[in-house]
Design a protein around this ligand. Structure first.
Ligand code: ZN
Length: 388
């Protein structure tokens, strides 16, 4: 699996645009939307911000007996330009087995169409933005309006929500929402809930699930016995959540929670931040508490965002030393303070379960930046403050 830790490292600040992508499938439709979703989530050039419910629609073009479609929409943040983004969507389509033919009404495994890119209006070779289909068909527009109701259509001059009323009123064949279980093909908010349960009939990630099934066989288990039947699905969900830091953008995590310090120059300390991560050597959990401090230079950050920064770096495969440094460096990057300091105390299951480490002893790591490094008094003030 491709990973994007470098791409999303704090040092890289890219120019981001938002885009809307329309999805459709009427061959293997129960699994294709989920797989396309996953491919987009893992793509280094896209951050999935929101996904719609799945809608079921009769095919356009009036072909008798053609299977009904599932349609959905995705809102992404991207640093690809429109042509690159469209190319990457085509690549995902062909990886998922789509063969494009001249027949635009032919049944297809997966369709990923770039519908809107910011407020761009432009004709490219053989395609254009906005996609003209979105003002014609409710199966395209309704899911798009669900993920971006207030998005103003650049040529119509009204929001997608307002446009929906108009398009739906003119169409005879209305879209209908697919059965509820299908909504869960895609996580509804683009991030991952902590719901690791398996619903009846739920489809999540067939590829990952088959890898986990193989893993079960290889450890000597029978994946067909009752207790394990839905385990591959639950593991796929759990792993998605536990590694969701890879798919987040640091700046989206902070989400404008940086404020003017209004002259405050006192040290800010946030301690007892719980973290849960997985060691990259054994993929076993390590967990503990972090203390984060900085000396403001004009800017302060919302307290809850400090904990979110720690989560951002914890939810991936890690070593504790690197995670400590990454949190300190990200504080420096987003606030440019006089100095920053991070101390983490972690318990590592890969050692505890083997009896290598005494159950009670924690591994301590620290990272000092700026004045915390150069000034012994600042450093000891911080260390005094976090002492229990
Ligand atoms: Zn380990």
């Amino acid at each position: 699996m491709r990973r994007r830790s470098e791409w999303r490292s704090p040092g890289r600040v890219a120019e981001m645009s938002e885009a809307l992508i329309s999805m459709g499938s009427n061959v293997d439709r129960d699994v294709m939307l989920g797989r396309a979703m996953r491919a987009m989530r893992q793509h280094p050039g896209m951050i999935v911000l929101a996904t719609s419910a799945v809608y079921e629609t009769a095919p356009v073009g009036g072909i008798d007996g053609a299977p009904d479609f599932y349609n959905a929409a995705v809102r992404v943040s991207t640093d690809l330009d429109p042509t690159e983004l469209r190319e990457q969507l085509r690549l995902i389509e062909s990886r998922l087995g789509r063969v494009r033919t001249g027949d635009k009404y032919a049944p297809r495994r997966i369709d990923l169409d770039l519908s809107l890119y910011g407020n761009l209006t432009e004709a490219f070779e053989g395609w254009e933005l906005p996609d003209p289909e979105l003002v014609k068909y409710s199966h395209v527009l309704v899911p798009l309006a669900e993920v971006a109701p207030g998005w103003i259509h650049p040529t119509e001059g009204v929001t997608l929500d307002e446009l929906t009323d108009k398009v739906v009123a003119e169409e005879t064949e209305l879209v209908r929402r697919a059965p509820d279980a299908l909504r869960r093909i895609v996580p509804s908010d683009g991030r991952f809930s902590v719901d690791f349960e398996a619903d009846p009939g739920e489809v999540y990630d067939p590829e990952m699930e088959s890898l986990v099934r193989n893993l079960l066989v290889n450890v000597g288990e029978d994946p067909e016995r009752e207790g394990l039947l839905r385990t591959p699905l639950r593991v796929a969900k759990a792993l998605d959540f536990l590694t969701s830091g890879y798919n987040e953008d640091l700046h989206a995590v902070i989400n404008n929670a940086i404020f003017d310090s209004e002259g405050a120059t006192e040290m800010v300390v946030v301690k007892d931040i719980e973290f849960y991560s997985m060691c990259e050597h054994h993929m076993l959990p390590f967990f503990g508490k972090a203390a984060v401090a900085y000396l403001p230079k004009g800017k302060i950050i919302g307290l809850s965002k400090v904990a979110r920064l720690v989560d951002h770096f914890a939810r991936r495969l890690q070593v504790q030393e690197r995670m400590t440094n990454q949190v300190a460096d990200s504080i420096v990057e987003v606030m440019a303070p006089h100095g920053a300091a991070v101390v983490m105390a972690g318990h590592h299951l890969c050692m505890m379960m083997r009896g290598v480490q005494k159950q009670s002893s924690a591994m301590i790591t620290s990272a000092m930046r700026g004045t915390f490094k150069s000034d012994a008094r600042t450093r000891s003030e911080f260390l005094d403050l976090i002492r229990d």
